[in-house]
Design a protein around this ligand. Sequence first.
Ligand SMILES: [Zn+2]
Length: 62
Amino acid sequence: MQKWICTVCRHIYDPDEGDPVNDVPPATSFEELLEEWRCPVCEAGRNLFEPYPDPKQRLEEG
Ligand SMILES: [Zn+2]
């Protein structure tokens, strides 16, 4: 499934693992997260996440 990365703290949301901090069970896609879901690390909103890996960033990572 598609992973998403927090643009604030670079935490990666992995749908295969879910989010134990926020009681999100494994196999929960990013789209299925609640509106009020927040990054478990920095509490950034969902709108601050972007798909990972981002093709644009891959170039920088080499
Ligand atoms: Zn974050």
